[in-house]
Design a protein. Structure first.
Length: 322
């Protein structure tokens, strides 16, 4: 997209954007000149019997910077919402229980293990948001002539700005992942058994996120890799820009999962943490150096696993989001 931007002109207009939840980000936007205005159209598929609907937006973009705490605040609000969605699916009981325990543990004292957990949950929430939530203008839409879109019950973010927000989110996810993997490596090599329960939970969350991302990449490849866009002749690369074939990203996810499984899970398993078997062969929470509150959470999760076969024992991991 930036290859089609000829210049930005200082003509500031303020808007607030959000992902449909309470937290929003205020941005100062500038007008820009573009060589191809059709690239500023939102393209909405399969609307009212039509193959596509194109909605024009104004040539405005963001030339400033969104700081890490602002993105953290946005994603931290997504986490309980995403957990509620997960807990409503009875076929995802194991993930729901582990993710719920991870969230509860991450809200306790600020330890290295809980920081690792928070980053794992942020990666998951950011990945979920990237594919399933939509940015929208919640204030200042008239200043950039942002059209109201009934399904969102809000105004559409101008296309140029939307692509910038997606790029910012991608960079944020990359930073989170690099930070998470560095800290996970330190946690494994430190052999601090007091932090192995959050390390186990964080590893589970991260591997689940890799799995979800891989399924999304598969869908993207199958759905759009062979799709011709009649209104955009000879511009498929412009319409769905990427620097590598999606198979490359899928293979990277497989390799990453293999490395994590080989090292992190093996290290935890040898220590029989966070769970062990008692003399009766039942899953119990290991008690070694875990601390009272951590041991309580581990014991509750072990009990939840034992009750997975009982539909009356299922409980959402957190209170409903209002």
């Amino acid at each position: 997209m930036y290859g089609y931007v000829e210049r930005f002109r200082r003509s500031p207009a303020w808007v607030k954007v959000s992902l449909g939840l309470r937290t929003s980000i205020a941005l100062s936007l500038d007008e820009c000149d573009v060589s191809n205005r059709t690239l500023l159209d939102h393209v909405i598929w399969r609307v009212e019997g039509q193959s596509i609907v194109r909605i024009a937006t104004e040539p405005v973009g963001f030339s400033g910077k969104i700081f890490r705490p602002q993105l953290d605040a946005i994603i931290d609000e997504v986490i309980p919402y995403a957990l509620q969605q997960l807990s409503s699916n009875p076929f995802d009981a194991i993930r729901s229980k582990v993710f719920g325990a991870a969230y509860n543990k991450s809200t306790l004292e600020r330890t290295s293990g809980n920081i690792l957990l928070t980053n794992a949950l942020r990666i998951w929430a950011a990945q979920t948001t990237f594919f399933k939530n939509y940015w929208r203008v919640v204030d200042g839409a008239e200043s950039v002539k942002a059209p109201y879109y009934p399904p969102l019950r809000a105004a559409l973010v101008p296309r140029m700005l939307y692509l910038q927000l997606e790029q910012i989110m991608e960079a944020y996810m990359k930073e989170l992942e690099q930070e998470f993997l560095h800290n996970l490596e330190n946690m494994i090599f430190s052999r601090d058994s007091a932090q192995w329960f959050p390390t186990y939970l964080a590893t589970f969350v991260y591997l689940s996120t890799l799995e979800g991302d891989t399924w999304d990449l598969w869908e993207w490849r199958e759905k759009y890799g062979v799709q011709e866009v009649p209104d955009f002749p000879d511009s498929q690369r412009e319409f769905w820009p990427r620097t590598a074939d999606l198979s490359v990203h899928i293979d990277r996810n497989h390799h990453q999962a293999s490395v994590i499984t080989s090292h992190a899970i093996a290290a935890l398993g040898k220590g029989q943490l966070p769970f062990s078997m008692n003399s009766a062969g039942k899953l119990v929470a290991a008690t070694r150096d875990q601390g009272h509150e951590t041991h309580r959470l581990a014991a509750e999760l072990a009990e939840e696993f034992r009750n997975l076969g009982n539909p009356h024992a299922f409980h959402p991991p957190i209170s409903p989001v209002r």
